[in-house]
Design a protein around this ligand. Structure first.
Ligand SMILES: [Zn+2]
Length: 105
């Protein structure tokens, strides 16, 4: 039987993420996992900022908090790039004129 570390490393090879839940270990497809909103990711990782701040006696909270901000920024950047791509394909690319779609930022 695989121990926890082997299980997690094997899951990674299969493109899965393993998280600890109230019911024990749970594995899911990493692409599906990161496709959810930042709040969902941070909740599933038990790293919502308000949760992390309850572990303030463990110095690990500093980097856990930074991870939350990093994930939020990366999700925001993904959205921004997606909007920009949609604008470029749907608006600017075809007529070259300024548009008011609101997606170009
Ligand atoms: Zn546009």
């Amino acid at each position: 039987m695989l121990d926890r570390k082997e299980y997690i490393l094997e899951a990674r090879k299969a493109g899965k993420i393993v998280v600890m839940t109230f019911d024990g270990l749970a594995s899911m497809d990493i692409k599906d996992f990161v496709d959810q909103p930042a709040d969902g990711i941070l909740y599933d990782l038990n790293r919502l900022e308000e949760t992390t701040l309850t572990f303030i006696d463990d110095i690990k909270w500093v980097n856990d908090f930074a991870v939350a901000l990093t994930i939020r920024e990366l999700k925001s950047e993904i959205t921004r790039l997606g909007n920009y791509a949609q604008h470029r394909i749907g608006c600017e690319f075809f007529d070259g004129k300024p548009c008011d779609c609101g997606l170009e930022e």
